[in-house]
Design a protein around this ligand. Structure first.
Ligand code: GDP
Length: 644
């Protein structure tokens, strides 16, 4: 392949070699200087990046100060001054320079100057001394492709449908058809694109939402015509509804002898999805993912629904925003993440932050392994260059420079740690009243799980009958069975409380509820359940506390300490005693006192806690009557967010 010198590229597009070298470095190409050569393909790529880059255009009025020009180019004022000196101009940082000079300097930095019309820029009374933030341009919006997630019951054909759509698509074949899984892919339908998220099922869908990322525009609900509506079909409908995402029903497996399309439609209707031919507004496509029948029709329907939503997004290279679809640590490539761009155009070289990860985008690849150097709204791309793999659902944003990227990421790490230490941030029945008062909640979302259909109905009706002027009870999902992980996810994503009636909470669901701060309450008596919800609305729900035992200490002596008074000399026999513990003093089997630790000393020092096997001095608030042989039980109280 032909190679081209960096200096030649610079000459061709009329800029200095510096920015070219920087861009090449961003692309991961090793170059030592202007005489280094790169292959023709790379040369084309840099040319396009540098010359098309909107962000490298600077608007200048009648004049611009050295500092403003430097800021606009993310360069230091000293560097700009140096260039000016080379041109024989000695200028102070706040000195105004004329547009033609600014143009020449900017060229050296790989920027282009656009001279604004006179009336567009008010002459500043005084040249600005401090760097001011550049005004954000609104930027024009462009129509963007829809983002689609496939939902449905297990084995109804979600994966087969996703594979079929990908294979049917011609553009995927252009590159030899070797596709890799990056978590999402795009197909082309008569020149229009559709983005599919590659992880089917409502668990992934809702997990993303629980992290705050609502990326899906349309849900395709796959229902096998031989099996009709099954429990996860209903869950999927509720999850899509809770997310406010339109549903297209894909009635699959119509090739099978026992397929019964009418029955399937009938059952979908019972769950509120009424086909158009029966007067409803749910688009239903009968297809066979296995045989590839009616796939094109489904794609057309997706575009039709997308048109009704009028999806658009700003496309400028500035202020890029996206969501991480998946991420991993690759042995060869380091941290790789798939990002679905939502706003703006992501480019190689852009400094970004995603969750607590940061970095400059080193390279971008599409699902065919092709290198891209820009990705617009609704485009999924695999990106390299982050400091660590972010989490699915993390939001990615572009920032000014590497330094800011690192700073934001670090701040976020701190915040996350702090958040983890803080207690519940999601809605609980206990704080419902406060949030109602503050106008934060208007609806109490409930995920209801019950033992049998009959009781589910009874509970639902009683709950929905609760009338309150400020808040309405809304059951976003009701089903028979134990509280599952999927229920917790849905509750987390929808700020709902999970209520179980005569059911248990699966242990993994309980762990997840704890981690996600979702409140789960279980009841065996409808009356109590309704009462609690009512009490919560009136702000009268008593918090529940449970005792968490910490340890035990035995009193072996008593002595007097100046300023403290009588202190029990103890030996910690089990666990630990802390200075903030509550204590119960037992003499034999009798509890003779309950109170709080006042002072905890080891030798002469005040200590925070003492572990088993150590001696310590304990003074209990409001108690003096220690006797050798008494046992001090230490415990704390934890507020119970859920009754499992
Ligand atoms: P998922 O669990 O929803 O992802 O379902 P899969 O895509 O794994 O499909 C489950 C089974 O149904 C597989 O054996 C598929 O081959 C089969 N299947 C999927 N679509 C069709 C179809 O349109 N017709 C028939 N006959 N079988 C299908």
């Amino acid at each position: 392949m032909k190679s081209v010198k960096v200096s030649e590229i610079a000459k061709e597009i009329g800029i200095a070699t510096g920015p070219l070298l920087a861009t090449l470095k961003d692309l991961g190409v090793e170059v030592s200087g202007a005489t280094s050569a790169v292959d023709e393909g790379t040369a084309e790529l840099v040319k396009e990046i540098v010359s098309q880059d909107e962000s490298r255009r600077i608007e200048v009025g009648q004049s611009i100060s050295v500092r403003e020009l430097a800021d606009a180019m993310h360069a230091s004022p000293a560097d700009v001054q140096k260039r000016l000196v080379e041109m024989g101009i000695l200028a102070s940082v706040n000195q105004q320079i004329a547009p033609d000079i600014a143009t020449k300097v900017a060229e050296k930095f790989g920027y282009r100057v656009q001279v604004a019309k006179k009336d567009r820029r008010e002459a500043p009374a005084k040249p600005p001394v401090a760097a001011k933030p550049k005004p954000k341009r609104a930027g024009k919006t462009i129509a963007r492709p829809p983002v689609v997630t496939i939902l449905g019951h297990v084995d109804h054909g979600k994966t087969t449908l996703l594979d079929r759509i990908r294979r049917t698509n011609v553009t995927a074949g252009e590159f030899g058809g070797i596709t890799q899984h990056i978590g999402a892919y795009q197909v082309d339908v008569d020149g229009r694109k559709i983005t599919f998220l590659d992880t089917p099922g409502h668990a992934a869908f809702t997990a993303m939402r629980a992290r705050g990322a609502g990326v899906t525009d349309i849900a395709v609900l796959v229902v096998a015509a031989d099996d009709a509506v099954m429990p996860q079909t209903v869950e999927a409908i509720d999850h899509a509804r809770a997310a406010n995402v339109p549903i297209i029903a894909a009635i699959n497996k119509i090739d099978k002898a026992d397929a019964n399309v009418e029955r399937t439609k009938q059952q979908l209707m019972e769950h509120g999805l009424v086909p158009e031919e029966w007067g409803g507004d749910t688009i239903m496509v009968e297809l066979s993912a296995k045989e590839g029948r009616n796939i094109e029709e489904l794609l057309e329907m997706i575009l039709l629904v997308a048109d009704m939503q009028e999806l658009s997004a700003p496309a400028s290279a500035k202020d890029v925003e996206g969501t991480i679809v998946e991420a991993k640590l690759d042995r060869g490539k380091g941290p790789v993440a798939t990002v679905l761009v939502q706003k703006g155009t992501l480019r190689v070289g852009t400094p970004v932050v995603a969750g607590t990860a940061y970095g400059k985008i080193k390279a971008m690849l599409d699902e065919n392994g092709e290198r891209l150097f820009k990705a617009g709204p609704a485009t999924p791309v695999e990106i390299l260059g982050l400091s660590r793999p972010p989490l699915a659902g993390d939001v990615l944003v572009s920032v000014k420079d590497d330094r800011q990227a690192r700073q934001i990421a670090e701040e976020r790490s701190h915040e996350q740690r702090a958040e983890r230490m803080a207690t519940e941030s999601r809605l609980t029945l206990e704080d419902l009243y406060r949030k109602m008062q503050e106008g934060e909640v208007k609806e109490l979302n409930i995920v209801l799980k019950s033992d049998v259909q009959g009781s589910a109905e009874a509970v639902r009706q009683s709950l929905e009958r609760i009338e309150h002027e400020e808040v309405r009870v809304k059951i976003i999902h009701s089903a028979v069975g134990n509280v599952s992980e999927s229920d917790i996810l849905l509750a987390a994503a929808s700020n709902a409380v999970v209520i179980g009636f005569n059911v248990k909470v699966d242990s993994r669901a309980a762990d997840m509820a704890e981690a996600e701060h979702v409140e789960v309450r279980t009841y065996n008596v409808i009356y109590e359940l309704i009462n609690d919800v009512r009490a919560a609305m009136g702000g009268l729900l008593e918090p529940i506390y449970e005792e968490v035992p910490l340890g035990k200490a035995e009193i072996r002596a008593t002595f007097r300490v100046p300023k403290v008074g009588l202190v029990a000399g103890c030996y910690v026999t089990e666990g630990k005693v802390t200075r903030t513990s509550e204590v119960r003093i037992r003499r034999g089997n009798d509890v003779i006192f309950e109170g709080k630790v006042d002072t905890l000393k080891h030798l002469k020092e005040d200590v925070k806690e003492m572990a088993a096997g150590f001696e310590c001095g304990i003074a209990v608030e409001g108690f003096q009557d220690y006797q050798v042989g008494d046992v001090i039980e230490a415990f704390t109280r934890r507020r119970v967010a859920r009754a499992v």
